[in-house]
Design a protein around this ligand. Structure first.
Ligand code: THU
Length: 141
């Protein structure tokens, strides 16, 4: 993958699973396919794609689908997340997804992958600085 030095073994697998989820996205309205894969601290990887709906407001993003697949398995701590699109422009998780990621970690590695075989590493803290989370309400996940 151009632009990344993937020294963590699981990260190569994480990126591959995000790309596979992207190919299965259901996005007939926008045509903008997104795939996401979450690496949990347990080592489990869960995936999701965006799923659109004729009633547009019911659309759900790939990132949240990937996270909710994990919580349904009992996962609560995100270690890393990868997001893949087919366009030349890098993906950027929407504000709602950033806040949902924050529910399950204070920070994590985030990999962005475009359709040209390029990847970029960022983090939740960079994408959502000065964030609000469960600890503010005395909840320790
Ligand atoms: N989308 C995602 O799946 N993740 C994001 O972070 C940004 C937006 C989806 C929602 C919709 O199906 C399409 O991309 C266009 O907004």
């Amino acid at each position: 993958m151009k632009g990344l030095n993937l020294d963590h073994n699981n990260y190569a697998e994480l990126l591959a699973q995000a790309k596979e989820a992207c190919s299965n996205a259901y996005a007939p309205y926008s045509g903008y396919k997104v795939g996401a894969a979450v690496l949990w601290t347990s080592g489990r990887i869960t995936t999701g794609s965006n799923v659109e709906n004729a009633s547009f407001g019911l659309t759900i993003c790939a990132e949240r689908n990937a996270i909710f697949q994990g919580t349904a398995k009992g996962e609560r701590k995100i270690s890393a997340l990868a997001v893949a699109v087919l366009t030349e422009e890098m993906p950027s998780p929407c504000g709602a997804c950033r806040q949902v990621i924050r529910e399950f970690c204070t920070d994590c590695d985030i990999f962005l992958i475009n359709g040209c075989g390029e990847a970029k590493e960022t983090s939740l803290k960079k994408l959502l600085p000065d964030s609000f989370g469960p600890e503010f309400l005395d909840i320790n996940i």
